[in-house]
Structures are given as C-alpha cells and as structure tokens.
Design a protein around this ligand. Structure first.
Ligand code: PLP
Length: 492
C-alpha cells in the first residue's frame, strides 16, 4: 500500500518509509493513497471473537502491506506482552455512571499512549530492516506529558534509536514530570522548554522541515523521525482498540453485531479520535464520535462552526495532555473529506499565517460523524465526583472530559451505547482526582497527593512504584535553543 502526503502529490512512499520518516518533507502527514477496503459483515463477526493481539495483526495487516505476516506477528507479540497489567490489554468496564469505559491505561506508563508507543518502536525497527536503512534514527517529540514518557519507555534500549523529548516547562503534571525524568538516560532524554506545548510542537515541526539541518544530520549517520501521532505508525495501532471495544460489547450482549456504538474521546492532538474515524471507514459500526475538549476548546468551536481559530487565550488546565490549540491530526481528516492536497495545503498555510481558517461549506457538511463538547476544570472535577458517587469507579481528569460529553450527549440522543475512552490512570493525576472524590484538600502536589489518593482508595498501580523515589533535575532551555540542543545531545 502506498502512503502519500496530505499537502502535495510529490511524496509517495511505502508504509515502512512513512514510518521511518514520520512527516512528509513538504510538512504534510502521510495518509493511505487508497484507504483499505472495509471489512465485510462476516469478517467483522470473526474479528469480534479475537484476542487483542490477533485483532491487532488483522487490522495492521490492512495498512502495512509491506510487512510480512510473520513480522507483524512478532511486532504485536512484543508490543502487547506481559508489560501490560491486564492480559486483555484494553478491557471495557461495566456500565459506570451511564457509560462504558475503555481502559487504555494498563501499559507501563499508565496512559493510552503506551498502546501505540509499545508498537511504534518495533514497527520502526522492522521498517529499517525492510528498507535496508542503516541510519541511526533520532526521534524528536514534543509532549504535553504522556507521549514523552511513553516514547522514552517504548524506545529505551532499542538499538540504533535515540529519543529527544521536549516538554513545556511547568506545563506537565508532577507525576508525568517524575516519570519523564526517571526514564531519562541511555538513548533517551527529556528537556524542558520555556513556552507551551504548541510552541514546542511548532519548533519540532520546524526542525523537521529544515533541509539543511536534515542534511547535516545525515552526514553524521542520523535521520529524524517522529513519535508524535503525526507518525502513521503511531496512529494505526490505535485503530485496533475501537474494534476490540466493540467486540467486548457484542460478547456481553450489550450491542448486537451491526448495531451502532458511540465513542466519546478526550481529544488533544486529534490522533485518538482520528483512529476511531479510520475504524469506521474500515467498516466498524460507529454511531457518533464525540470529540471532547477541555477549556482549550478550539475543536468544539471548529465542529460547531467550521472555523478553526487558534487565536485565543491558552489555558493550563487539570487535564494537561489536552492543553493544545493546534491539533495536528485534524489535517488527516481534512484530507479525507476533500481528497485534495492543494486545499489542505492552503488551509494549513492560512493557519500558519493567520492562526485561523474556515472550511469550505462542502467540506464542513462531511463532518456528520462528529459531535463535539467541552468541559471546564470545575466540570471535570464534578464529573469525576458524579461517576464515583454513582458507581465507585475512579476516572482521571482527561477521561472525565469525555465522560461528561457522553453524559450530556446521551440526554439528547440516548439511542446507542457509548464507550468513553479512558486515556489515563487516575493515579497519574492525584491532585485533581483526590479532591474530586474525597472533597478534601490535597496537602501538596505530586507524591503527597498520590499518597492521599492511595490511602483513600487502598490501591496503587504497580508500574507507578518504580519511579516514586526519583528526584532528577530538569534541563530547561529557551524554545529558540531547541535546534542547538539537539545538536549538542547528538554530539555534532
Ligand atoms: C494524549 C492524551 C490525550 C489526547 O489524545 P490525542 O490523540 O492527542 O487527541 C488525552 N488524554 C490523555 C491522558 C493523553 O495522554
């Protein structure tokens, strides 16, 4: 299968090449030239009885045609092995507060990024073999918190790869920071950048598209790639769990095969929810995809009006992994609904120059699969409390955004079961969660808050213990120094 850029006809590559490069040289994102055929009804029925690993092989093989079945088998086996604390990998909860929660946080760093980032490094390693590429891959990534840790964990110890993570200084949660600093070392490093996530992400994109910089790196045997959801190898593993969630509902008799299911997705960079859109294109009976934002509600406004406008105040909220004003993966959706790279390029240029663009009417009318809503920090706490009071179930602040959106949506249109994507363990965000469920004040952010939460719930996820005692120092730089920092780290 051929992948192409969303912004021009100039870049046509294999899946392996797309995964190695991360981003197309014209700044566009790689998308399938021709979307794979949808599963038939009979094929779908068979999928719903598979294990997570078997399902992953089936779904990935539709997109990654230059990988052999044996290669995909090994990749999936390694990615979804015993580093997960639940052998279903992505279990669906009982009904809690009116909805079902797809728990995507059972991996080593307790956030849904693990689903993709346990897989991407293995996809990349095999891609290098397929391409007979001998470069050392440098993964440059901007993170709003969870990608950084998950990428560092996923790539750690992997031959011929380096990971450099940039995160906004004082813009990630205390536990996220501790995790990143404790993962630092060997082939991975995390650097704080003064500014917010969007500034860090913009600079990473700039470094990527700097041809001179790229050439200099090549001379030294390095090549850049990305572990952000801009990389198609990160996006595709996420398609799997939509099928898996649906299959679990079928098995329990909550929906009959073929019946519609809604998914409510806490959204930042638009990767997770785009994977749901791809699942629907592959034939999964998805009703609505509810795009749930926090107070940085660019996407809510976009779906309501067709205008994307990032010229607005940026809020640091209690759901930091969604504190994003430029959702990179939306570009793939735009491409899908117009199929015209010139149009996408024009819209992205407008976004770059004016900070806003308006969709042509014909494109806007094609967004009917999506509903959109947002939650303020206070509403997030309220929703954590509501679900806990209704069912004793503890959810994290990001999940709460989607849970609230689903809850409100149900009131207007309650016909179908709704799955809320639960993207992080509540123990990563104890400050907000403890306050919400106990009504008591947190003594101090970070470890003291975590202790209060674990004392309250009598539970602590195993993988969190590892970095509890860690006290590393941060490296803090100006955003303009990012290119120089990269060179210094690589010793060139
Ligand atoms: C990354 C992240 C999100 C947002 O996912 P996108 O794919 O960027 O839309 C939501 N919740 C958590 C906990 C995350 O780590």
């Amino acid at each position: 299968m051929i992948y192409r850029s969303t912004r021009s006809h100039d870049w046509q590559v294999s899946a392996a090449q797309a995964i190695i490069q991360g981003l197309a040289p014209d700044g566009g994102l790689f998308v399938p030239e021709e979307f794979p055929a949808a599963f038939t009804e009979d094929e779908l029925k068979d999928l719903f009885s598979l294990s997570y690993q078997e399902l992953a092989e089936k779904v990935l093989s539709r997109f990654l045609t230059d990988y052999s079945p044996e290669q995909l088998h090994e990749i999936v086996k390694g990615a979804y092995g015993d580093q997960w604390d639940d052998d279903r990998i992505a279990p669906v909860s009982e009904e809690r507060g009116g909805n079902y929660f797809l728990e995507l946080f059972h991996g080593p760093t307790l956030a849904f990024k693990d689903i993709a980032l346990q897989c991407l490094p293995r996809l990349m390693k095999t891609a290098l073999e397929i391409q007979h590429d001998s470069h050392e891959i440098v993964i440059l990534t901007a993170t709003s918190g969870d990608t950084g840790t998950a990428a560092m964990r996923g790539f750690s110890q992997l031959d011929k790869t380096r990971v450099i993570v940039f995160y906004p200084y004082q813009g990630v949660a205390p536990i996220q920071l501790k995790q990143m600093l404790s993962e630092s070392g060997g082939n991975t490093v995390a650097i704080a950048v003064k500014g917010n996530f969007d500034q860090a992400q913009t600079n990473v994109k700039r470094i990527f598209s700097d041809k001179e910089f790229g050439a200099e790196l090549n001379e030294h045997g390095f090549a850049f790639s990305s572990a952000n959801s801009m990389n198609v190898g990160r996006l595709l593993p996420q398609v799997v769990y939509y099928f898996y969630a649906y299959g679990q509902l079928v098995k329990r008799g909550i929906v009959q095969a073929g019946g519609l299911v809604n998914f409510s997705v806490p959204t930042g960079n638009f990767g997770d929810i785009l994977a749901g859109y791809y699942a629907k294109k592959l034939g999964l009976p998805v009703g609505k995809l509810i795009c749930a934002s926090n107070k940085n509600k660019v996407l809510t406004d976009f779906f309501k009006t067709g205008i994307y406008n990032k010229n607005r105040e940026f809020y640091v909220t209690n759901s930091p992994s969604m504190d994003i004003l430029v959702s990179s993966n939306l570009e793939r959706l735009l491409f899908d609904i117009c199929q015209d790279p010139a149009t996408v390029k024009g819209l992205m240029a407008e976004l770059n120059e004016k900070g806003r663009y308006q969709l042509p009417k014909a494109m806007y009318e094609k967004l009917g699969t999506f509903a959109a809503d947002f939650a303020t920090p206070a509403e997030i706490e309220g929703e954590i409390k509501r679900v806990y009071a209704a069912s004793g179930y503890v959810i994290d602040p990001h999940t709460a955004v989607a849970s609230l959106a689903a809850h409100r949506f149900k009131k207007q249109d309650g016909a179908h079961p709704t799955v809320v994507l639960s993207t992080a363990s509540p123990y990563k965000f104890p400050e907000t969660v403890y306050h919400a469920i106990s009504g008591l004040e947190v003594k101090r952010a970070g470890m003291p808050a975590l202790k209060q939460l674990t004392d309250f719930t009598h539970y602590l996820p195993k993988s969190i213990e590892k970095f509890l005692g860690h006290t590393g120092a941060e490296t803090v730089i100006e955003a303009s120094d990012m290119p120089a920092e990269v060179k210094q780290i690589l010793g060139i």
